[in-house]
Design a protein around this ligand. Structure first.
Ligand code: FAD
Length: 523
């Protein structure tokens, strides 16, 4: 039977028991235990009470690089790198003094100087009287495990720092769409948009706004990116967001999932506030629109001026024509010189009219498409903001929340609304107007859209309320260039859209224009 030496002096390198069989051919129980220890994959050592090594198994040599001859009789401290905090040893020895085991990590150095983390358990070995006679040490190289654990911790910390730093809202949902984790950006978004409800309400709202994209992500794992949506909180401009969504498959961490690897489908959403970018884009668009409208206005002005000139020239030409016809009928030779001069004048006049007519810039026909009247009116208000503000005009904008699109010529309609708003601003910019309010309202009635534009300016006398829609008629006499085609143009656009426009004669605090436009003028 193999015996563990009691003191360092008793140490001798034992011959390997594995080669020895009992004379009867049967291993004794001690021998079996010895073999089990000897071949254990864990580095096992047995020491005296001062930690001098009396026995080491094969795995000890593999882990430390020391052969048993090299360590027998030496203190376990031979393994120390001397950088393990003192407190660890005090804990180890303190537990052993109480006849208790101790487990912990020590920084060891192999024979070849390589460092490794020893995952060590030491325990006292007692004799029959309960006295500690030996210490048992069991350790393995825990460096790889530590490295992996540390890597996981580092990666988690890195991910957390990134998620905390990104300005986007990030949320991870489980299969039942409950929040697994979220970053501060998500919590900020939730408290800003839905201050009095739990953050799950924001998830519901996002799912609603993302519609099909979210549904397909949940059902088929189809990722999406750059999905934009807006949220109108009712306060100021709407907020714009862009969302990225993907499915993350997470493997089970529990022991029972080791062989079967159950997979949980989680949903990752990343929402970025793009309101500023959208506003800048909108600004650029409005500026481009302004430039376009200014150019169109100029061309329209030219058109109107030339039509006005034709209108004015037509009178004398008609008179000359009448005179020529009269002289022609009289057939008096004394008139021949006058007649010839008049005929020349008439010819020149007609040529001039003809030239003028041909020089009028042509209106390029615009095709019809679905138009959002609310959006057009909002745009027109934005285009007129400067004038509205500088004239101290308060705007009451009451769009219908559910206004269907109408089929129309967008640019013509925009020009028309801008004209009506500009007319209203002009009407209220007089010094005598103290209350300056512009109200715009939209509503839908069956197959048509109603638009009401009301100002608190001087108004239009009842007897002129029909004539103002005639070409060349104006009520503006403030010494500026008067074109007088504005409401005629409005009438023209409304007619082109098979609609109706009139001034509400019952309204006496200014001017109220009532417009009715069918949803589809071609129907
Ligand atoms: P030491 O002079 O040995 O002492 C450090 C502190 O330990 C002292 O302050 C003292 O409080 C305490 N101490 C030391 N010896 C005793 C004692 N006999 N009784 C009570 N307290 C004492 N150390 C490693 O670094 N790596 C190992 O893998 C390792 N394995 C061990 C296995 C066993 C079974 C045992 C019993 C100890 C093991 N040790 C190991 C501890 C080792 O014996 C040393 O205590 C340690 O390495 C510190 O050595 P040192 O020379 O720096 O300091």
């Amino acid at each position: 039977m193999r015996k563990i030496p009691i003191t360092a002096e008793e140490v001798s390198v034992p011959e390997r028991a594995a080669t020895e069989a009992h004379p009867d051919g049967v291993f004794l129980a001690d021998e079996v235990f010895f073999q089990a220890v000897e071949h254990s994959p864990v580095a096992i050592s047995i020491t005296d009470l001062k930690a001098n090594i009396l026995y080491v198994n094969r795995a000890f040599t593999q882990v430390t690089g020391y052969t048993e001859q090299e360590v027998l009789g030496k203190n376990e401290s031979i393994l120390s790198n001397h950088t393990t905090p003192r407190i660890a040893y005090q804990a180890l020895w303190g537990r052993l003094a109480q006849q208790k085991s101790w487990s912990g990590m020590l920084l060891n150095r192999r024979k070849d100087e390589r460092l490794y983390l020893a995952e060590l358990t030491v325990a006292p070995l007692l004799d029959e009287s309960g006295k500690t006679v030996h210490y048992l040490g069991m350790h393995r190289d825990g460096s790889d495990m530590h490295q992996l654990e540390q890597r996981v911790i580092n990666q988690r910390q890195m991910m957390e720092s990134i998620l905390n730093a990104v300005p986007s809202a990030v949320v991870l949902l489980d299969e039942s769409k409950s929040i697994v984790s979220s970053n501060p950006g998500f919590m900020r978004m939730a408290s800003a948009l839905m201050p009095d409800v739990p953050p799950d309400a924001l998830v519901e709202m996002l799912a609603f706004r993302l519609g099909n994209a979210f549904q397909q992500l949940v059902e088929d794992g189809r990722s999406f990116s750059d999905k934009e949506f807006s949220i109108d909180t009712g306060a100021g401009q709407p907020l714009w967001y862009s969302c990225f969504g993907t499915r993350i498959d997470i493997r089970g961490e529990e022991a029972d999932g080791f062989f079967e690897q159950p997979v949980k489908h989680c949903i990752l959403l990343m929402v970025t506030d793009i309101t500023d970018m959208r506003r800048r884009q909108e600004e650029v668009r409005l500026n481009a629109l302004k430039a376009l409208m200014a150019e169109e206005d100029l061309v329209q002005g030219m058109r109107e001026a030339m039509n006005g000139a034709i209108h004015q020239l037509q009178g004398p030409v008609n008179l000359m024509e009448m005179a020529v016809n009269m002289l022609d009928r009289r057939n008096d030779s004394r008139d021949s010189a006058v007649l010839s001069a008049l005929q020349d004048g008439l010819k020149a006049g007609r040529r001039a009219l003809d030239n003028l007519e041909r020089s009028i810039p042509q209106d390029i026909p615009e095709s019809r498409k679905p138009v959002n009247v609310n959006e057009l009116l909002r745009e027109v208000l934005s285009l007129s903001t400067k004038r509205l503000l500088s004239n101290g005009i308060t705007v009451n904008w009451n769009p219908s929340l559910q206004l269907p699109a109408l089929i129309g010529r967008e640019q013509r309609l925009r020009s028309m609304f801008l004209h009506l708003v500009e007319n209203a601003v002009d009407a209220m910019s007089g010094r005598d107007v103290s209350n300056r309010e512009l109200s715009i309202e939209t509503s839908s009635e069956g197959e048509r859209i109603d638009i009401t534009i009301t100002d608190t300016g001087g108004g239009i006398p009842v007897d002129l309320q029909v004539r103002v829609f005639e070409p060349f008629f104006t009520t503006k006499t403030n010494g500026q260039v008067v074109r007088g085609m504005g409401l005629a143009m409005v009438q023209d656009v409304v007619t082109d859209h098979s609609g109706m426009v009139r001034i509400d004669s019952s309204y006496t605090d200014g001017c109220r224009i009532l417009l009715q436009l069918p949803l589809n003028p071609l129907r």
